[in-house]
Design a protein around this ligand. Structure first.
Ligand SMILES: [Zn+2]
Length: 127
């Protein structure tokens, strides 16, 4: 059995102790990697507002452009962070390389991406 109360972001913590506080606007991620992880779990939780809020205005899609529906039977399973550059509390930009794993029915797949993040007014944004 999969423990569904574990946070989808792969931090091995319970959702309530992990990304929930970010998704509810009670805290902001301190590093680019934590933002990346919290955005992945927002995709899993289909939290559109959080994704839009943490998207930099220069590349943010319109709400109606943000789609969660993939092919039939599509679901995100977990996230692996491959490498991070900068993105620490003392930085104002950073890069996170990650692999997002998904399943379409019984078939597993993955998507690798290099994402850039910037910090503005003390908050990290995906750009
Ligand atoms: Zn989390």
């Amino acid at each position: 059995m999969v423990d569904t109360s574990k946070c989808p972001c792969g931090n091995d913590k319970h959702y309530k102790e992990c990304c929930e506080k970010f998704h509810q606007g009670e805290a902001s991620p301190e590093t680019a990697e934590i933002l990346m992880r919290s955005r992945f779990s927002a995709y899993v939780k289909k939290n559109k507002n959080y994704l839009l809020e943490t998207w930099h205005s220069s590349s943010r899609p319109k709400p109606e452009e943000l789609e969660f529906e993939g092919p039939m039977g599509f679901r995100w399973t977990h996230l692996t962070v491959v490498k991070t550059e900068e993105g620490k509390e003392s930085d104002d930009k950073g890069k996170v390389e990650f692999v997002a794993h998904y399943k379409v029915g019984p078939k597993a797949g993955q998507m690798q991406e290099d994402s850039n993040f910037v910090k503005e007014n003390g908050k990290w944004y995906y750009c």
